[in-house]
Design a protein around this ligand. Structure first.
Ligand SMILES: C[S@@+](CC[C@H](N)C(=O)[O-])C[C@H]1O[C@@H](n2cnc3c(N)ncnc32)[C@H](O)[C@@H]1O
Length: 343
């Protein structure tokens, strides 16, 4: 990149960071909600949101010049085609990812210490920052499951929805707050779903899902028992963060019925950094991987696969765990793919 282009690239990078912070401000102050009610002057919007006009006007300046709002004097408009990416209960809403990214700034001093001294930042360190900034990381996946789990994810695998309709024993590994099971258990009442997660707090929340064919347990996937066997084991965004992913994959293989299927949704990149150059999601995912996945694993003495472990590494680890047939399918999200793994 030429020097001038590089300077422009850095300026754009700073602008993105600054807008990410101000998008969080807009979320927490209710400005996006207020602006979505229709065009307004800065005074009208401030009044609508119960805020100080001077602050609102400067924020609006950033939103307009940052390409989020439009302006035709004296009115500011939050176009509905933009609003759906920052408001509402749909899979397009990116707010929870934006808020989560801002929250990572809180752990940077600990991360930098780990760069020098080793170790990592424990998962428990993130909670206060996420809470302060209003981030609920499971939220984006919640909407994705509702819109895409049955047709987009399960529907991508020939025969899988038929099998679930007929009745299967299903384990969701690293189930979090149970968002995938909440959708799947309703869609496939003849199947029995068990959610497993190592974090008791999220399992407690998942237990609020009151469905006759769904249950949740606290447990370590690295100690998954082979009895009872499962017909289908799913893992949504839950394998690359494992402290002992090799052990977990072997346990999953061992816990599958002979004709069972492991449905692993994970990030879709190459293991080779050179092959990721030009992928518009790569720098963001390496950054998130460093600020969360890698360091939280290192804090536990884990394998630190990171979110960018890539297809080649994933295929190798799945083969080492005893999966002889692995197909990699596109998923409804460009940053993820589906590994369909059979013994
Ligand atoms: C990124 S979250 C994904 C949660 C959920 N699948 C979803 O899509 O919302 C990964 C989850 O894996 C869980 N997890 C990590 N290591 C685990 C282990 N060894 N055994 C069980 N769960 C684990 C974490 O507690 C976390 O809830």
């Amino acid at each position: 990149m030429e020097a001038e282009d590089f300077a422009a690239h850095l300026t754009a990078t700073m602008t993105g960071s600054a807008l990410t912070m101000l998008i969080g401000v807009g979320h927490r102050t209710g400005l996006f909600e207020a602006a979505a009610r229709g065009r307004a002057t800065s005074a009208e919007l401030a009044e609508r949101a119960g805020l100080q006009e001077r602050y609102v006007r400067e924020w609006l300046g950033a939103m307009v010049t940052g390409g989020i709002f439009t302006y035709a004097e004296p009115h500011y408009t939050f176009p509905p085609e933009h609003a759906r990416f920052l408001l509402g209960e749909t899979a397009s809403n990116m707010m929870s990812s934006l808020l989560t990214l801002s929250a990572f700034t809180g752990i940077l001093p600990d991360l930098e210490r780990a760069f020098a001294e080793g170790g990592g930042v424990p998962r428990s360190a993130y909670g206060p920052y996420l809470e302060t900034l209003g981030a609920k990381p499971g939220d984006s996946w919640k909407h994705i499951y509702r819109e895409h789990l049955v047709d987009g994810f399960f529907g991508a695998v020939p025969g899988l929805t038929d099998r679930l309709t007929a009745g299967a024993r299903v384990l969701d590994l690293g189930c979090g707050t149970g968002n995938a099971i909440a959708v799947a258990a309703r869609a496939f009442p003849a199947s029995r779903f068990t959610g497993l997660d190592i974090n008791p707090n999220v399992v407690e929340q998942a237990r609020g899902i009151d469905l006759p064919n769904a249950g949740f347990a606290v447990g370590d996937a690295a100690e998954l028992s082979a009895d009872p066997p499962y017909d289908v084991i799913t893992a949504f965004d839950a394998v690359h963060d494992q402290d002992r992913p090799d052990v977990v994959l072997r346990r999953v293989r061992g816990a599958l019925a002979p004709d069972g299927l492991f449905f692993m949704v994970d990030t879709d990149f190459s293991s080779d950094v050179a092959a990721n150059v030009g992928n518009p999601l790569a720098a963001l995912t390496y950054s998130i991987s460093l600020m969360y996945c890698t360091t939280t694993s290192l804090a536990e003495g884990g394998a630190a696969l990171g979110a960018m472990w890539g297809r080649e590494k994933a295929r190798q680890m799945l083969a080492d765990a005893g999966f002889r047939h692995v197909d990699v399918l596109d998923s409804p999200r460009p940053q993820n793919c589906i590994y369909v793994c059979r013994p």
